[in-house]
Write a protein of this length. Structure first.
Length: 268
């Protein structure tokens, strides 16, 4: 059990200044791994092959995968292709030209959890998919911009939802961000929709993820028979980006920034 810092009345842990360094190390490793997997995302490659490369990178770094063994899960990544919203299971499925995919990695470094995901493209990026990815990435950054002491979690959700819906897309409501630190999942639930000024108040020292899932079509999802894979009910394309952040005195520190500056699939 994590006993650092204090708890708010909403059950959200407030971490101390020294704890930020642990999150920086874990977040940086997770982001480095997602940088290093970029050249392997190609048409013809299987998602199982990508997962194995990530697992090897985690082991080589002397870290631990947070997902292997988590509730019976057997892989170091979730890889979600096209209309898969989240929690796609790596397999022998081969990527095709024009596929978009989210790769989600969580590592444990010295007891601290680094959790991040981003979008990739196999081959040529279709324009419709590029626009979806643009909107999803911008929605994440607008959510992070709303993070500062005194604001609320509703402010984060409102910033994301209002931008997405202005672009005639929809925010998935069935999944959300979460607190983390020396545990994988903890309060609060970070909703990617909501009303400004509602929900718990943000305080310096909170650690959590923001990870909006955005659909070109309707927001509804369903979970397949494997009890993990979530897909859009209308089979429309879905995209997601995720950062782990800490609330500072003036805003947010992003722990999972790409060291190579390649968080977005078309960034050189």
């Amino acid at each position: 059990m994590d006993t650092r810092g204090r708890m708010t009345k909403d059950g959200i842990r407030i971490y101390e200044d020294a704890d930020f360094e642990g999150m920086r190390k874990a977040g940086r490793l997770a982001a480095e791994i997602l940088d290093r997997i970029i050249p392997y995302v190609q048409p013809g490659v299987t998602t199982g092959e990508l997962d194995k490369r990530v697992e090897d990178m985690v082991n080589e770094a002397g870290a631990t995968s947070a997902t292997i063994g988590y509730k019976g899960y057997k892989h170091a990544t979730c890889i979600s292709i096209n209309h898969v919203v989240c929690h796609g299971i790596p397999s022998d499925k081969r990527l095709h030209d024009g596929d978009i995919l989210n790769i989600d990695v969580t590592v444990i470094v010295d007891g601290w959890f680094g959790d991040t995901s981003r979008m990739y493209v196999a081959g040529h990026l279709p324009r419709k998919a590029e626009r979806l990815i643009d909107v999803t990435h911008e929605a994440l950054m607008r959510g992070i911009e709303a993070v500062k002491p005194g604001n609320t979690f509703g402010d984060i959700g409102h910033a994301i939802q209002s931008f997405v819906e202005k672009n005639r897309m929809s925010v998935v409501r069935d999944f959300c961000g979460h607190g983390l630190g020396r545990v994988f999942h903890a309060p609060p639930n970070v909703l990617h929709y909501g009303r400004a000024g509602t929900g718990p108040v943000l305080e310096e020292g909170m650690f959590f993820t923001i990870e909006p899932m955005v659909n070109i079509g309707r927001p509804e999802t369903k979970v397949l028979a494997d009890d993990w894979t979530a897909v859009t009910r209308d089979k429309s394309l879905s995209a997601q980006f995720e950062h782990s952040i800490g609330v500072t005195a003036t805003g947010a520190e992003i722990f999972t920034l790409s060291p190579a500056g390649k968080f977005y699939p078309t960034w050189d």
